[in-house]
Design a binder for this molecule. Sequence first.
Ligand SMILES: Nc1nc2c(c(=O)[nH]1)N[C@@H](CN(C=O)c1ccc(C(=O)N[C@@H](CCC(=O)O)C(=O)O)cc1)CN2
Ligand SMILES: NCC(=O)N[C@@H]1O[C@H](COP(=O)([O-])[O-])[C@@H](O)[C@H]1O
Length: 187
Amino acid sequence: MSLGIVCHCAPACKACDYAKNNNIPVAQYPHSKVLDSGLSAAELVALLRQFEVDIVLLAGYLKLLPNEVVQAFPRAILNIHPALLPAFGGKGYFGRKVHEAVIKSGARYSGPTIHFVDEKYDHGSIVAQRVVPVLPHDTPEDLSARVMKEEHKLYPEVVAAICEDRVFWREDGVPLIRRSWDEAEYY
Ligand SMILES: Nc1nc2c(c(=O)[nH]1)N[C@@H](CN(C=O)c1ccc(C(=O)N[C@@H](CCC(=O)O)C(=O)O)cc1)CN2
Ligand SMILES: NCC(=O)N[C@@H]1O[C@H](COP(=O)([O-])[O-])[C@@H](O)[C@H]1O
């Protein structure tokens, strides 16, 4: 699998820096009237098709992907969220705000969730999760760092499983990922 193109919603983006330093094309979505730059949804879909993109991976993307994009890539858009969905997700739950809400709730555990993307924020089928403790005196920064450490391990594992066709859909629509072809264990 190779990284086809990096799309960003904000100019200052570490993934963009990586892409530019590694000769990977970069595009901006959505269109910004202020900057007078960026793609429309139709242009984004056309560009992804042009680059023969099979899987779209969202990571820190802070805008709602419109139906036009979501429907163009059925069961092929993933997102990673820094909390245990369905809790602490939806509109307004991004970045530090997520960890603030988790701490304020008194929850004893948190962790990353990887899910397929549908038309709503953080609503698509859950693919994998990891659990980390929320400690009594955690700041949002403490919890963010603990969750992100697991994010950076879990996302590559899930993407590898999808590329190796180890995703199975249960009859009720829940996606299951086998840890490997040898074992009958799932994430
Ligand atoms: N169609 C979908 N689009 C996106 C999803 C999704 O599940 N379906 N996930 C988000 C990522 N995300 C949480 O994982 C998320 C990102 C942003 C927001 C949010 O409330 N954004 C604000 C705007 C923030 C800004 O512009 O700085 C808002 O919409 O008011 C919630 C959840 C990516 N897209
Ligand atoms: N709801 C979406 C959301 O909060 N995504 C979160 O934004 C962070 C991006 O970190 P980064 O900017 O260092 O890549 C990650 O923790 C990701 O889970």
